[in-house]
Design a protein around this ligand. Structure first.
Ligand code: ADP
Ligand code: AMP
Length: 215
């Protein structure tokens, strides 16, 4: 099962990805998480990526595509994978298709989580993420059992530096200009499915499960 999650920042991709990955036993690959890990470890990739991420801009394709190809070549991706936050440009989507084609493979489903722009700001400014496992919470819509502490691994929750009002607006513009064209890209390949991301988290997951099937 090779799945891509599409949707604007704050749509709920990371939230749903954790449940999909558990249910279907496929690795959750988030390019944002990979970059953030590199930033916290101060690698040269992390130093370069930070410059763009802090401004809400996309990290250049040259730095992103090879990183994903390397990750998809790992043993745990043999039976499929769930990509969250990649591809974000048509160039990335083409590179992914070419990479899969070399192994006679294709993307099975591109799942679009739709949420209107006016709901996104509140979601993102209230988002808190686990420093260790990356789990995503919301102070109002999905609070942890104990304030500031991850339910899953008991680590501290933090607010992402790019989850401030100004950067969120810039990221939404970047999404409209650079990532939205991917909806048509996957529609024309007959692999696009859409879910209503404004519903409750459990309901969105139910809808996703009925698209992916009970495997
Ligand atoms: P993305 O990975 O698409 O950027 P997240 O999964 O991190 O988005 O979700 C963004 C924020 O919205 C988080 O604070 C999350 O808890 C919250 N959230 C996710 N799904 C829903 C939902 N269906 N309803 C309300 N809030 C949600
Ligand atoms: P995310 O965690 O998906 O919200 O991503 C956070 C930030 O990481 C984005 O705003 C980009 O700066 C960067 N990023 C993540 N994935 C990609 C990608 N596929 N291409 C370019 N930049 C990315």
């Amino acid at each position: 099962m090779k799945i891509i999650l599409l949707g604007p920042p704050g749509a709920g991709k990371g939230t749903q990805a954790k449940s999909i990955s558990e249910k279907y036993c496929i690795p959750h690959i988030s390019t944002g998480d990979i970059f953030r890990k590199n930033i916290s470890e101060k690698t040269s990739l992390g130093v370069k990526a930070k410059e763009y991420m802090d401004k809400g801009l996309l990290v250049p394709d040259e730095l992103t595509i090879d990183l994903v190809k390397d990750r998809l070549s790992k043993e745990d991706c043999k039976n499929g994978f769930l990509l969250d936050g990649f591809p974000r440009t048509v160039k990335q989507a083409e590179a992914l298709d070419l990479f899969l084609k070399s192994n006679d493979e294709v993307i099975d489903t591109a799942l679009l989580i739709e949420v209107p722009r006016e709901l996104i700001l509140e979601r993102m400014t209230g988002r808190r993420v686990c420093q260790l496992c990356g789990a995503s919470y919301h102070v109002k819509f999905n609070p942890p059992k104990n304030e500031g502490i991850c339910d899953k691994c008991q680590s501290n929750l933090v607010q992402r530096k790019d989850d401030n009002e100004k950067t969120v607006k810039d990221r939404l513009d970047v999404y409209d200009n650079q990532t939205q064209p991917l909806i048509e890209y996957y529609k024309s390949r007959n692999v696009l499915s859409t879910v209503d991301g404004t519903l409750a988290i459990d309901k969105v997951f139910e809808d996703i499960s009925s698209i992916l099937g009970e495997r």
